[in-house]
Design a protein around this ligand. Sequence first.
Ligand code: F6R
Length: 599
Amino acid sequence: MCGIIGVIGDKAVERVMNGLIALEYRGYDSAGIAVKKDSKIKVYKATGEVKNVISLVFKDIDSLKDSKIAIGHTRWATHGKPCNENAHPHTDEDSTIAIIHNGIIENYLTLKKELLEKGYNFSSETDSEVIAHLIADKFKKHKDFQIAFHQAVLELQGTFAILCINNKENRIYFAKLVNPLVIGIGVGNNSDNYYCSSDMASMSTLKLTNKFIILEDNEYGFIDAKDGIKVFDISGNSLKTKQVIETKFHYTQADKSNYDYFMLKEIKEIPEVIPNAFASDVSDVLSAIDSSNNIYITACGTSYHAALVAKYVFNKVCRRDVHVYHSSEYVYLNPANANDLLIAISQSGETLDTLTAVKNAKRKGVKIVSLTNHYGSSISRESDLQLYMNSGPEISVVATKTYIAQLIILYKIAFSLVNNSAELEKLKEFREIVGNFLKNNNSLTNVEKIAKELKSENDFYFIGRGLSYPTALEAALKLKEISYKHAEAFPAGELKHGPLSLITDKATVIAISPSDSLVKKIESNILECKSRGAKIVTVTDNQDVVKLSNYSIVMEMIPELFSPISYIVPLQYFAYRMTVENNLNPDKPRNLAKSVTVE
Ligand code: F6R
């Protein structure tokens, strides 16, 4: 979702433009830049891709290139459609102040009404524009920008990460509540440069810095080329001891290399992700699980499906029941208690639903373990124990390699809890098993052929039993989110309780059917669908199943417990191929964002 970047120092405009490109992965529909130049603020905005606003800035680049202050924003529309007026930055009426904002100002209608009554004119439908006019109003009264900014922030309700510049000072003001915001400190020759961003990844990708201050809720302050960084608590007390962290995370892989899309590159990286994830030290988590009454897992989307796999695996391997909740529902039930453990799974570490679930649980004294791919992310910072996927950056909006990393770590925990070193060894073999599939031209060509032949179908039903049910859910999510095909998943045993009425000759049924103890049951489900005219695709290692199918993706035979790890990979590739066959961009699905920072 919305991305924020601010630069004080050399090449500010160029760096903000590159910053917007680095933030594109979060998902957006318009973008904008504000530059302070000779006591004037110039604003550039455009809908569509970041390159549109960059080409506007380039028309003025000669006059802007010496500027030392710039802020930029990628907007993901919430209040008001994507258009130039609603794009950020927003300014006050005289264009002496420019702000960019992530989050939602919940009391914006009240504030807007008061400001309209005072005679301020608005030019957008957004909640964010009130911030610019509110600061202008406070400045009129206090004549001191720092006080005006603080007073305005005190009146905002909701969630926000805000950057603000004015035409007089060489400063970028910032404020944070819930939405992430970090300060970067220039290194080497750039030690008098300062940066602000909604994530560390954008700054690391640009190699601007690996030194960060992470802002906490209700903190505000400014960066200033002369005065450095000043952070205050909500009461205005200066916070002198903010910790500077140096990231261990290297973002060097964040380019497409020779691949057409990040999604394909990231699927191909899965074999490498497996040993990296396996290397995670889970020992503290094992002790925490041993000393907890109940284990809960909360997550959204793909991460939720990894949690569901863990539910089955923990049940089978350790005979422990794991309670799995969508984070967006966890918050209404808040079921874990003190002496329980909550594992929060989130690739981004920023998903607001999951963050809120974690905060709610913490208030009840629940111990929190996070599993994220981002060091220093909001969710990892809220946790007592942190696990990292170590998967390198995942740029495509859809999660692929990080799903596998999540599974590897969750399996590792389960096997380690019962000291099953033989199964742990088998887990490592998946680097080769998945690698073999992804290197095998016949396997890939077969998936490509199936996608080509089914590209005009519109109704896909994924079925699986037991451990294959989460795989069905995840495969359906992949397909729907990037190819826009109607895709649903059911436990195969549920078909007869309703969904079977949808199965006609217009339907395609994709059955996840490894040769496990349930294979005979799923064969019956396949026959039920076949006899109603549906096209049958199977992902299987079983020749009896192949015989029932119109199309089959034949898998290497593996022990029953492990099928979620390898069986999802061809289905990720299938979703990818269906998308490109339909001339859509798998990396940037409509309406979706990589980092979901609204509830
Ligand atoms: C699916 C996808 C989303 C995310 C979900 C949670 O491909 O990317 O469903 O899985 O938004 O995101 P994280 O894991 O960052 O909390």
